[in-house]
Design a protein around this ligand. Sequence first.
Ligand SMILES: NC(=O)CC[C@H](N)C(=O)O
Length: 390
Amino acid sequence: MADPISARPPEGATGVLVLADGQMIWGRGFGATGAKVGEVCFHTAMTGYEEIMTDPSFASQIINFTFPHIGNVGANREDVEAKTLHALGCIVREDVTAPSNFRSLWRFDSWLKDHDRIGLAGVDTRALTGLLRKKGAQNAVIAHDPKGQFDIPALIETARSWAGLQGMDLARSVSTHQSYNWQEGIWSLQNGYSVVDNQKGPHVVAIDYGLKHNILRNLVEAGARVTVVKATASFDEVMAHKPDGVFLSNGPGDPAATAEYAVPVIRQLLDIKMPIFGICLGHQLLALAVGATTYKMHQGHRGANHPVKRLDDSKVEITSMNHGFAVATDSLPEQARPTHLSLFDGSLAGLELTDRPAFSVQYHPEASPGPQDSYYLFTKFIDLIAKERP
Ligand SMILES: NC(=O)CC[C@H](N)C(=O)O
């Protein structure tokens, strides 16, 4: 490798990804200018870049998209998973084109710029993915300057001195500050989003560690009346809403760090046999609450076609995944039964408690983006509540 400090950008480079080990990946910057530090990881979904960029689970992450054409349907108000973009930026193969979609409101690059997110185009994203598979997710800086002037030593230092996601609680920073009700169902081409009034349905309190809107929509479609509360809500604050069931959401960062304030609340909910359903970070927190441990994965799972084996009937669900931490299967206590396994690496993809009405999955059944094989889990939760709280 060339001396990283003296390596010059190729002609016309207006963007760069600087890895903590000093490697530089040059390209054409787009979106906002400046520099941002985070973890660079790769995502293999072929569609759904709006959902991915707005998913709060991607806070402090830079997404390297393996699909080469990203941004070509622009951005709209319907496909977002949160009010703003949460991924720090993205790396793409092809330059962003003008949007070609009747729903598009913004060009992808101006959408990034408006939300202070940096893009890097013209990168050999396959080679970068190869590097990330080999070395694992990397701490890095993504930078964009239209004049192509970069203080490389300073960027390397920023990437090197960033603490990394391990030990980092990010749920608190992306969570809502105030409780609110949610009534929107899932989107259809004919009707867009409809308001679903489930006043008589079971009341689900969703703890927002960084939740995605499509999870709330699926809970509503399954029949729940939904109230969202902040990540740091106490047991009493949760119970003040008189829940029939509690949902633990997905979210960014290290589950072991978020556990400090989330686990005591979950344990109290388990003690009163509250029906619980957790997704992704919520799954990890449920596992931590019963004494299991989590670990940081080498490269993580991020894509929309991850096969998962359902152990009860050996059926395979094709799932959407986005996680960089996982629950250590061998750390599960006796009363936590593995229900799903990743067919990519055998890691734990779901569990169920045998002595409490609680279950969780590591993947994203709300399928946003991705296949809808696992929508049934939302109904399973509502059925569980009906059984436990007739
Ligand atoms: N989507 C999520 O909830 C991600 C959970 C956790 N931050 C992880 O990376 O494993």
